[in-house]
Design a protein around this ligand. Structure first.
Ligand code: FAD
Length: 375
């Protein structure tokens, strides 16, 4: 059995693993990345690519805002195939009750210095003429963006490689711990192992509480200008927060190509990768309630992917208390594209003893161990 030694071995070459590898290599560490498939082949190739600041919890806000700004700083150097578009998000309110939520979100963001604007019904209709008439208004978050996640992951991995990181593809990791990574007939030794295995991270560590949350997406042919912002119904937040039932929400995104990405669904306990026609129809019916013309457009492809969901909807970022050679970087659920760059920073901070720009405590996996003791 061959053996190689690194400062850090990153398991998983999704967007989170790539961002960690890039930042660790930038800080001068000797890094290897291992993936059983190719770069960005997991949830990263299935995701929508919405870079979005969220306000569900302070922990989620801090991480997504930090990362949104990192993406913005990086954007001038992103190659065109990453398709970064600072198109902003419109959180769409269907009625007066949802306008109250728009105002609550508006206040929340303003108090935290995020630029936002409350739009009335007429302004919303002018900005997005293909939405149905009669909607109440929206909250515009102009610094949100969209990008094409697999190309973003490949770009980050290229940056990491240029700084000396080694990439091992087609190699399945079967065991990690005590500074050792076993992959096929190869063994890697490392001061630290970053588990960035996405929804599969718990295969290597069954003690972490991670559930697969399946999502469906559909992409249309090219209809330039049909959708101009990332559009999300405010009811999306209820869909995200539902811990039990299958849910769908209106969530559409423009691509630079003129294509429209239509989402999204959330299902626990659905392990098959196949498209479920019943949930797809529900999702499209919901989308047409907001944008009736979508039904006339031609669809090119539908697919599914798996988000890695934690019980408290906050990712696990930091050392695993029961084996400090393992650092977790997973559990980002529907926000891993957004949060990848900040995750890379937090992981690198932990491994180089650097104080992080945001408080790290809410993300530390130590909370899992505490929950297990109190269960
Ligand atoms: C339908 C859908 C829509 C989404 N939309 C958005 C969005 O708009 N914005 C947003 O921010 N996020 C979104 N997400 C979430 C986002 O896609 C994920 O959070 C993100 O891609 C997670 O990246 P990752 O690198 O952690 O995991 P992954 O991309 O899944 O990568 C994990 C990698 O680990 C490898 N791996 C796992 N186990 C092993 C092993 N034992 N040995 C070797 N390799 C292994 C896998 O092959 C894979 O390449 C969406 C997700 C879905 C499913």
């Amino acid at each position: 059995m061959s053996r190689a030694t690194y400062d850090v071995v990153v398991v998983g070459a999704g967007i989170v693993g790539a961002a960690c590898a890039d930042e660790l290599a930038r800080r001068g560490l000797r890094v290897a990345v291992i993936d059983r498939d190719s770069v960005g082949s997991g949830a990263t190739s299935a995701g929508m690519g919405h870079i979005v600041v969220m306000s569900d919890s302070e922990a989620q806000f801090a991480l997504t805002r930090y990362s949104q700004l990192l993406w913005r700083d990086l954007s001038p150097e992103l190659p065109s195939e990453v398709e970064y578009q600072p198109c902003g998000t419109l959180w769409v309110a269907a009625d007066e009750e949802e306008m109250a939520e728009v105002r609550r979100k508006d206040l929340y963001y303003r108090q935290r210095s995020v630029p936002v604007e409350v739009l009335d019904a007429a302004t919303l209709a002018r900005l997005e003429p293909n939405l149905r008439p009669g909607l109440a208004g929206a909250l515009l978050v102009p610094e949100d963006a969209v990008l094409y996640p697999p190309c973003a992951a490949r770009y980050l991995m290229e940056l990491a490689k240029a700084k000396g990181a080694e990439l091992h593809l087609g190699l399945s990791v079967s065991r990690i711990g005590q500074g050792r990574v076993l992959a096929g007939n190869r063994e890697f030794s490392a001061g630290a192992i970053v588990n960035a295995g996405g929804a599969w991270a718990s295969e290597l560590m069954p003690e972490i509480d991670l559930r697969k949350r399946k999502g469906h997406l559909l992409i249309t042919d090219r209809y330039a200008g049909y959708v101009r912002h990332a559009l999300v119904e405010l009811g999306y937040l209820k869909s995200v927060q539902s811990l039990t039932s299958d849910s769908v929400a209106f969530n559409v995104q423009p691509r630079i190509t003129g294509q429209i990405l239509i989402g999204s669904s959330r299902q626990y306990g659905a392990e098959a990768t196949s498209v479920d026609s019943e949930i797809l129809s529900r999702m499209l019916r919901r989308a047409q309630q907001y944008m009736p013309g979508l039904g006339e457009l031609s669809a090119i492809r539908t697919w599914t992917g798996f988000r890695a969901a934690t019980p408290d909807r906050v990712p696990y970022i930091g050392p695993w208390p029961e084996d400090k050679t393992i650092v977790l970087a997973t559990g980002h659920e529907g926000l891993g594209i957004t949060a990848a760059l900040a995750t890379g920073q937090l992981v690198a901070d932990q491994l180089t003893g650097t104080k992080s720009r945001i408080p790290i405590e809410p993300y530390l996996p130590a909370r899992i161990a505490t929950e297990r003791i109190h269960a």
